[in-house]
Design a protein around this ligand. Structure first.
Ligand SMILES: [Zn+2]
Ligand SMILES: [Zn+2]
Length: 350
């Protein structure tokens, strides 16, 4: 037997050819001469088949991946690897050199191909929603019976920003499309309802308050015939703030902490700390604000009584000594608050 191409004898033959001639006639891989890659101009999403996918890859990686995906190795070729180089770029057309190497019946083989890749830049559906100001939910931050304080707005802004940064890599709709400052509070327009719910829970967890949710009918989707709803989520911060004074049953206390689960108050007489659940919210009454705290001086101290000057009238005032007052000495400055005509020394700050 001999090779029908080169005439070599005593060789193992493949389809009538010796190894060398057989490998020489093999193309290793079949690459389309023209390819298109559709990319989002705003993010790193790419259009594959009939879907947009967020790949997180660079443009070069996306092009290489498309070439690999659209190429078919020859059935007689093994271990085919591609080296992809950009030769030239004219506008949106990239001229690409592909060097394929592999083995054909054990013979190392190399081939070079040139192809044109057209880059189509468009806008993926998610970015087009963002660009058009699309939103699924509005988160309304309010305060009950009072205006929001600037430090509350600042904390909410920070929590929302942080949460969006955390959610965005997995949820492309986790964006803030609009933030409106109104007389009654702040409205945050959010691309994703799921993200809006997570964010509102995290705000409540940090700042306390009462959450509510209500859908609003916005019209009808012409293509599906379904009603279109947007969800309004409201977080009403409590009418009190940390440092304010509350009555709770017989007790008068200062609020020392507020979070999503409870309100912690410190009793002004016993210094005991009590946690109140949000279920008791409607039974609570503010009796003094944190700004009502005044400073005054201790003028005398007896075994059972301590005397200080009323912060406004400067009249001497006798208070029964409570266990916590043992550390207070004559001449000390103390913080006091007047509640229902009675002066209390406030709990020491930690
Ligand atoms: Zn041959
Ligand atoms: Zn995009």
């Amino acid at each position: 037997m001999f090779c029908i191409e080169c005439g070599k004898e005593d060789e193992e033959l493949f389809k009538g050819l010796c190894k060398t001639c057989f490998a020489a006639g093999n193309s290793l891989i079949h690459i389309p001469p023209e390819l298109e890659v559709e990319l989002c101009a705003h993010c790193s999403a790419t259009h594959v088949g009939d879907k947009w996918m967020e790949t997180g890859q660079s443009e070069e990686e996306l092009i290489a991946e498309t070439i690999v995906r659209e190429s078919v190795p020859d059935e007689d070729a093994d271990d085919v690897v591609l080296e992809i180089d950009l030769l030239n770029q004219k506008g949106s057309i990239l001229e690409i050199l592909v060097i394929a190497s592999g083995k054909v019946v054990g013979v190392p083989t190399k081939r070079e191909y040139k192809l044109n890749v057209k880059l189509n830049r468009s806008v993926c559906p998610e970015c087009s929603k963002y660009v058009s100001g699309y939103y699924e939910a509005v988160l309304q931050l309010r305060a009950d019976d009072r205006s929001l304080e600037s430090d509350e707005i600042q904390s909410a802004d920070e929590i929302i920003k942080h949460q969006l940064e955390k959610l965005f890599p997995k949820n492309r709709m986790a964006y803030l499309s609009q933030r409106l400052e109104l007389k009654e509070g702040i409205d945050y327009y959010l691309g994703s309802l799921k993200a809006a719910r997570k964010i509102s829970n995290s705000l409540k967890e940090n700042m306390g308050g009462i959450l509510g949710e209500s859908p609003r009918l916005m019209g009808r989707d012409k293509s599906t015939g379904k009603d279109l709803y947007r969800i309004w989520i409201s977080l009403r911060l409590p009418f009190f703030q940390k440092g304010d004074f509350l009555t709770h049953g017989e007790h008068v206390g200062q609020i020392i902490d507020i979070n999503g689960r409870k309100i912690t108050i410190q009793d002004l007489k016993t210094m005991d700390k009590t946690s109140l659940s949000w279920r008791e919210y409607s039974n609570l009454e503010v009796v003094a604000r944190r700004d009502d705290v005044k400073i005054t001086t201790v003028t005398s101290k007896k075994p059972t009584q301590i005397q200080l000057l009323h912060p406004e009238t400067y009249q001497p005032l006798d208070l029964d000594i409570l266990p916590r007052m043992s550390e207070i000495n004559i001449g000390d400055q103390v913080e006091v608050v007047e509640i229902k005509g009675k002066i209390y020394i406030t709990p020491p700050k930690r």
